[in-house]
Write a protein that binds this ligand. Sequence first.
Ligand SMILES: C[S@@+](CC[C@H](N)C(=O)[O-])C[C@H]1O[C@@H](n2cnc3c(N)ncnc32)[C@H](O)[C@@H]1O
Length: 192
Amino acid sequence: MSLLFFKRVLANPVQVGYIVPSSRFLTTRTARFIDFSRDRVVVELGPGEGCHTRSIVRRMNPGSRLILIELDEHFCKHLERQFAHDSRISVVNANALHLAETLLSLGVSEPDYIVSGIPFTIMEKELREKLLANIAGAMGSESRFITYQASLQISNHQHFSLVRREHCLLNVPPLHVMELRKTRPTPVASVA
Ligand SMILES: C[S@@+](CC[C@H](N)C(=O)[O-])C[C@H]1O[C@@H](n2cnc3c(N)ncnc32)[C@H](O)[C@@H]1O
C-alpha cells in the first residue's frame, strides 16, 4: 500500500472507505468490463492514488479520453504528477455530486463508461442517493456504470439495471464488480 493512501484513510476514513487500495486482481477484472475496441470517453470517480486508472490506461486506445474526478486534493496532486505525460487524461478536483456540470465544463456529455470506486455501500443513505441520481443524470442510454462494491445493493436500484456482475475474492475486502445501465423511463400510459 502506498504511504499516501494510508495517510488519506487516516485523515478521512469515511470518504476513502477501504483501508487498502484495490488489488491488481480487482483492477484487472474491472478494466476488462470496458470495451476498448474503439475510442471511448471514460470517467473515473474516486480514483484515489490511481490503481484502477493505471489498469485502464494500459488498455486504452490512443483516441480515447479518461477523466478522473477525485474529491481529495492530495490524491489529485498525486494523479496530476503521475499522468502529466498523457494528454488523454484530465484530473479534476471535484465532488461527484456535481458530475453533469463538471463533465459539461469539459465538453463531455453521456460518457461511454463511468467507473466508480466511491464506497456507496458504507455511506449515509441521503448522500448515496444524491450521488447515484447525479451519476444516472450524467448517463445516456448507451452509457455504462461500472462499480466495485461490498454489497449488491445497487444492482436493483431504481436508477439502474444490472447488465452483469462478477465477484472478486482476491481483494480486501472481497468486492462485487457490477456493470449497470441507466433504467429506461417508464412510459406513461396514455389516457383515452
Ligand atoms: C475506496 S477509495 C477507492 C480508491 C481507488 N479507486 C481504489 O480502488 O483503491 C474511494 C475514493 O473515492 C473518493 N471519493 C469519495 N467520495 C467522493 C465524491 N463524492 N466525489 C469524488 N470522489 C470521492 C475518495 O476520496 C477515495 O479516493
